[in-house]
Write a protein that binds this ligand. Structure first.
Ligand SMILES: C[S@@+](CC[C@H](N)C(=O)[O-])C[C@H]1O[C@@H](n2cnc3c(N)ncnc32)[C@H](O)[C@@H]1O
Length: 208
């Protein structure tokens, strides 16, 4: 079974996010991820960076759900900003997705370390603080199922990552994103591709 998510309500969430300068997935990156989710048919998704729940609500359309959701398909999504977390929780309720989306109010760098290796995911989506991408990647490698896919958004950070950017302002973020790209290319357990879609999307298939 697939969930039907109200597109008008999704449009309202998107419009409000844009009006309030809440960063949400760009349309082309979102479309790419939707195609991947359509092919993978995930039962469990972990999202790092909820914002107001826009991407999580769209991902819910692609959850593979058995009768009465006996196997317990869901998306767990983590947000550390209280105002956004509250708005996400309201949006998930309005969209009737409370059974399928679990919003977690926490800093993901701490929360993820408490998740056990028996709590694994088909897809892990990284879309949070760029300076922490290596922490997220290491935790994602631990928590992804073998054959699962790790997706990271914003890895090109407006052209700064592959260019010669070395200014103080975004240096940590750019350095961590470069490390992220090097790591997914060097790690023999990952099959990775970096796509110049949106702000840069990295996709890694994990073979543990
Ligand atoms: C780009 S937005 C997420 C957009 C969302 N995935 C979407 O497309 O609808 C990034 C979010 O990650 C949150 N964030 C950043 N670092 C975080 C961390 N360490 N733990 C939890 N949330 C974090 C920010 O507060 C922000 O709301």
């Amino acid at each position: 079974m697939k969930l039907i998510v109200d597109d008008n309500k999704l449009d309202n969430i998107k419009r409000k996010a844009i009006e309030n300068y809440v960063p949400i997935l760009q349309d082309d990156s979102l479309k790419l991820i939707e195609v991947i989710l359509h092919m993978i048919k995930p039962k469990k998704i972990l999202e790092i960076g909820t914002a107001v729940g826009y991407s999580a609500a769209i991902f819910a359309k692609y959850l593979e759900i058995d009768e009465n959701n006996k196997e317990g398909s869901y998306i767990k999504t983590i947000e550390r900003n209280e105002k956004r977390f509250k708005e996400a929780t309201e949006n998930i309720f309005t969209l009737n997705l409370t059974e399928y989306i679990i919003p977690v109010f926490a800093d993901a760098t701490e929360y993820l370390t408490n998740l056990k290796e028996d709590d694994t995911y088909d897809v892990i989506f990284i879309d949070a603080a760029k300076g922490q991408y290596m922490v997220f990647l290491n935790e994602a490698k631990r928590l992804i199922k073998s054959g699962g896919v790790i997706i990271a958004d914003n890895v090109l950070f407006k052209g700064r990552v592959l260019g010669g950017y070395n200014e103080h302002r975004h240096r940590t973020a750019v350095t961590r994103l470069r490390e992220y790209i090097d790591n997914i290319n060097d790690d023999k357990t990952l099959d990775s591709i970096l796509l110049n879609v949106g702000d840069g999307v990295a996709i890694s298939i994990v073979n543990k």
